[in-house]
Structure formats: structure tokens, C-alpha cells
Design a protein around this ligand. Structure first.
Ligand code: GUN
Length: 305
């Protein structure tokens, strides 16, 4: 058996089109242009790439986009002042502070300074609490993308056995809460789980979000299960040869061993091209949702949960 490949790239393109349509509707019907501000502190190369892509896609969707690139030595007081001014800016409906922050900055303090209504990452403690109690919240982008794909694939998820491997605040915990909201039976597994292989084999829906390259082999996957691989890991690929400077070429892999898992699963997200593209598309969707809620306008179907 060979699994159906879940095409996150095409799913994300469809979602971005929907966002673009809703942005036009908000502009034409209500004179509201959704605006997203992204704040990057320091020069982490991976973060710079993410921030550039976020800004580009925000503009492509017809939204207002602002980028604040701050020096790595920026003080907490200066960063909090910037967040205050973005909270007060009526042209801004979404604020994203790119993580990780440099070590001298307290991420919790900074994230919790964002107006929860503009917290398009869903990381503010108020949104975490709302999601955890089954209330309307801003939902973290990666888990939101996973749920939208799972709903599209299965329709009703009620009663399914879901196992989330990984307990991060960004993916594992919100993912588990969302699956619970879909009436799945949910297990959160992690590095201390006693029999991880056996736990994974129970899953109708297996979500891998641990950040360890190819750690879940095919024989941990129940035949026919849906596998959602959130991992994006860069590993050496000597088979691709060397770069000009003599270093090994690299390739991206997930947390799941795709070759063996795709022979067993019913459906699986590839890496790259699975969950990854959905994250920024969901950030755009969250910005539209935030703009609608802030202005008391009807929310479009299918962009939020
Ligand atoms: N760094 C890696 N992923 C994310 C994300 O989803 N949001 C923010 N703010 N920073 C990140």
C-alpha cells in the first residue's frame, strides 16, 4: 500500500486565494485593509528568511505589511515600547514577534505585552487559556493549518484516536487542544513516554512535532493512519555532493521517516511541501480573522476555528 500524499503546497495556495478574496471584500465593503506587523530582533538567518516570506505573502494577499527589524542588542524596554505603539495603531490588526528572541529578552513578557486581539500567533496567555477552555481564540498557525488539512481529508474527526508526539507550546499543546475540540481521543506523547512505538501505533491520526530528523519509522505507524509531519530538519546529504566550499550539501526531512511511513500510512504530509506552507497561509488567515473581530464584522467561513 502506498499513502495518499497530502499536498500542503496546493492547499496553502487555495487558502491564500481565499484570504485574498476576503481582503478585497473587507476593503470594498467596509474600507478595512487588514494589516500585519512583524518584529524581528537580531539577525538569525532562518528567522530572516521566514520574516521576508511573511512580508511578501502579506502584500501579495493585498494586506498592509510592516516590518520592524531591530538590532540584537535592543533592550526589553524599547521592544515593549514598540509593541505598545503597534497595539495602539489602528492600521495594524496582527502583531507577530519572531521567535526565538535573543537570550537577554524575556519571551513570555514580550508575547504577553501584545494585545490578545492582535495576537495572530495565538501565543498570548489569554489566547492559550481561551483555546484550552474551548472558547473562541486566536489559534497558533501551524496547528490551525494541520486541523484545516485534517478536516478537508476526513470531514468529521470525532471519535478518532489522535497521538501528538511533542509537547511544545507552539505546536504540541495547542494541536492536542484542537484535536480535543474535534472530539478526538487525544494522547500527548514525548521523550519520556514509556513505550513510544506502541503509543504511536494506536493512532488513527499521528502528529509528529518533536524536531528530531526521521525519528518515527514506518513500523510505528498503524496501517491506514493519517500522518501529519510538522518537523522541518536540515540534515547533511552527502549523496548530493559538496558545496563549493567543500561542505556537504543538505536536504530537508521531517520527524517521520517518509520512505517507510508512506508505505504503511493511508495519507501523509511530505517534507518539504506538507505542513510548512500552511503556516504562513494560516498567519494571513488569522490576520483577516483578527481584523474582522476587531471591527465587529462577520467572519468568513473556513479561515478560523
Ligand atoms: N519561530 C518559529 N516558528 C514561529 C512562529 O510560528 N511564530 C513566531 N512568532 N516565531 C516563530
Amino acid at each position: 500500500m502506498s499513502a495518499r500524499i497530502i499536498d500542503g503546497k496546493s492547499f496553502a495556495a487555495t487558502l491564500r486565494d481565499r484570504v485574498g478574496t476576503e481582503v478585497s471584500r473587507l476593503k470594498d465593503s467596509y474600507g478595512v485593509t487588514p494589516g500585519l506587523a512583524v518584529v524581528l530582533v537580531g539577525e538569525d538567518p532562518a528567522s530572516q528568511v521566514y520574516v521576508r516570506n511573511k512580508g511578501k505573502q502579506t502584500l501579495e494577499a493585498g494586506m498592509h505589511s510592516v516590518e520592524h527589524r531591530l538590532a540584537a542588542e535592543t533592550t526589553e524596554a524599547d521592544l515593549l515600547d514598540l509593541i505598545d505603539s503597534l497595539n495602539a495603531d489602528p492600521a495594524i490588526h496582527g502583531i507577530l514577534v519572531q521567535l526565538p528572541l535573543p537570550g537577554h529578552l524575556n519571551s513570555d513578557l514580550v508575547i504577553n505585552a501584545i494585545d490578545p486581539a492582535k495576537d495572530v500567533d495565538g501565543f498570548h496567555i489569554s489566547n492559550v487559556g481561551l483555546l484550552g477552555t474551548g472558547q473562541k481564540a486566536m489559534v497558533p498557525c501551524t496547528p490551525l493549518g494541520c486541523i484545516l488539512m485534517l478536516r478537508d481529508l476526513h470531514g468529521d474527526l470525532s471519535g478518532m484516536e489522535a497521538v501528538v508526539v511533542g509537547r511544545s507550546n507552539i505546536v504540541g499543546k495547542p494541536m492536542a487542544n484542537l484535536l480535543l475540540g474535534e472530539s478526538c481521543t487525544v494522547t500527548i506523547a514525548h521523550s519520556r513516554t514509556r513505550d513510544l512505538a506502541e503509543t504511536c501505533r494506536r493512532a488513527d491520526i499521528l502528529v509528529a512535532a518533536v524536531g528530531r530528523p526521521e525519528m518515527i519509522p514506518g513500523d510505528w505507524v498503524k496501517p491506514g493512519a493519517t500522518v501529519i509531519d510538522v518537523g522541518i530538519n536540515r540534515i547533511a546529504a552527502p549523496e548530493k555532493g559538496q558545496n563549493d566550499d567543500g561542505s556537504a550539501k543538505t536536504r530537508l526531512v521531517g520527524d517521520v521517516d517518509f520512505a517507510s511511513a508512506s508505505a504503511v500510512a493511508g495519507a501523509i504530509t511530505p517534507v518539504p511541501g506538507g505542513v510548512g506552507p500552511m503556516t504562513i497561509a494560516c498567519l494571513l488567515a488569522n490576520t483577516v480573522t483578527a481584523a474582522c473581530r476587531i471591527h465587529g464584522l462577520p467572519e468568513p467561513e473556513g479561515l478560523a476555528i
